[in-house]
Design a protein around this ligand. Structure first.
Ligand SMILES: [Fe+2]
Ligand SMILES: [Fe+2]
Length: 310
């Protein structure tokens, strides 16, 4: 997406105007490469009122994967896009929580970017999975999707009275399931400027709770990150990576793992390794899906609706 086109989108324009109205001061909004980052309200600014809106999460498309678990990952990714584009209410934005590709070529990265650009939404946000990044320490990922992000690709933004943070815990094998001190310091500073009443939504690829650490389904320094979020009234964390739905509540924080668009994985510990599961013919679509998340002011956490692919 051309950055200028992106800035012209409804979402960005509304966000910019809202920022200007809230903060009553100069606000930097950057839209680049399909990713939005913005500096949040100045300390002491009035807390914006949360509004009713929805967005969509899709995850784990693995374009480039070949195997019996899904002989045509492009087709199922397209099917997920079609489902999003036929939703009765256009989502304000769509976030892809990583593993867009499967150790892929530049051409496949470009294909994913083109396909994402057909989503009927105000903005597309992306974060990396380990299949997008560990083969070259995230070089291709940053080339295609890193513009406007910080560090290894993390970013935050405000939208309609909620604060969103995208964290990266996958960029290379040394940083797999790890946020690192630089990102944690950034997160701490980012959240300091946000009032505790603001609904907080966090995206990551690998879960921020210990779902099954023996398979790398956890983030070793997540406790520090979650500690910065304890004072918030409502925190929702949405992740990918595990290719299955799961919900977990820890105090004020609710975690939701997402269905993939590519292929299912076993339940944690079910077998020797998290290898793609081959399901009987005709049943794959039931293991795949998209997620609508609806922010309802006054409700604790997001209303989540997971939907299988047709
Ligand atoms: Fe994945
Ligand atoms: Fe992954």
């Amino acid at each position: 997406m051309n950055p200028d086109d992106a800035f012209d989108s409804d979402l960005s324009r509304r966000r910019f105007l809202r920022h200007a109205a809230w903060a009553g001061a100069a606000v930097a909004v950057t839209v680049s490469g399909g990713v939005v980052t913005s500096n949040v309200l100045h300390r002491g600014s009035p807390t914006p009122k949360a509004e009713d809106f929805s967005f969509v999460q899709i995850s784990d498309s693995h374009i480039g994967f070949t195997g019996a678990a899904n002989p045509d990952v492009t087709k199922t990714f397209q099917s997920a896009i079609d489902v999003v584009n036929s939703l009765p209410a256009r989502p304000d934005f769509v976030v892809h929580t990583g593993d867009l590709t499967h150790f892929s070529t530049n051409e496949q990265f470009d294909q994913v970017k083109q396909m994402l650009s057909t989503l009927r939404t105000g903005q597309v946000l992306v974060l990396p999975g380990e299949h997008d990044s560990t083969d070259d320490a995230g070089e291709k990922y940053r080339q295609f999707f890193g513009a406007g992000t910080q560090g290894d690709g993390w970013f935050s933004f405000d939208h309609r009275g909620a604060h969103f943070v995208a964290l990266v815990n996958t960029i290379n094998l040394q940083k797999l399931g790890h946020l690192g001190p630089e990102q944690l310091a950034w997160l701490q500073g980012d959240l300091k400027r946000v009032s505790s009443e603001t609904p907080l939504v966090v995206f990551s690829h690998i879960p921020l709770f210990a779902m099954y650490p023996d398979w790398g389904w956890g983030t070793d320094d997540a406790t520090t990150a979650l500690g910065y979020m304890r004072r918030f009234g409502s925190v929702t964390v949405l992740n990918g990576h595990v290719h299955q739905l799961m919900k977990k509540v820890e105090g004020n924080i609710t975690f939701h793992t997402a269905a993939p668009t590519a292929y299912p994985l076993p339940h944690g510990g079910d077998g020797p390794a998290p290898k793609p599961v081959v399901v009987p013919a005709g049943q794959l679509h039931q293991a795949l899906g998209i997620r609508q998340a609806h922010l309802v002011p006054g409700r604790h956490g997001l209303a989540i609706a997971d939907q299988e692919l047709p």
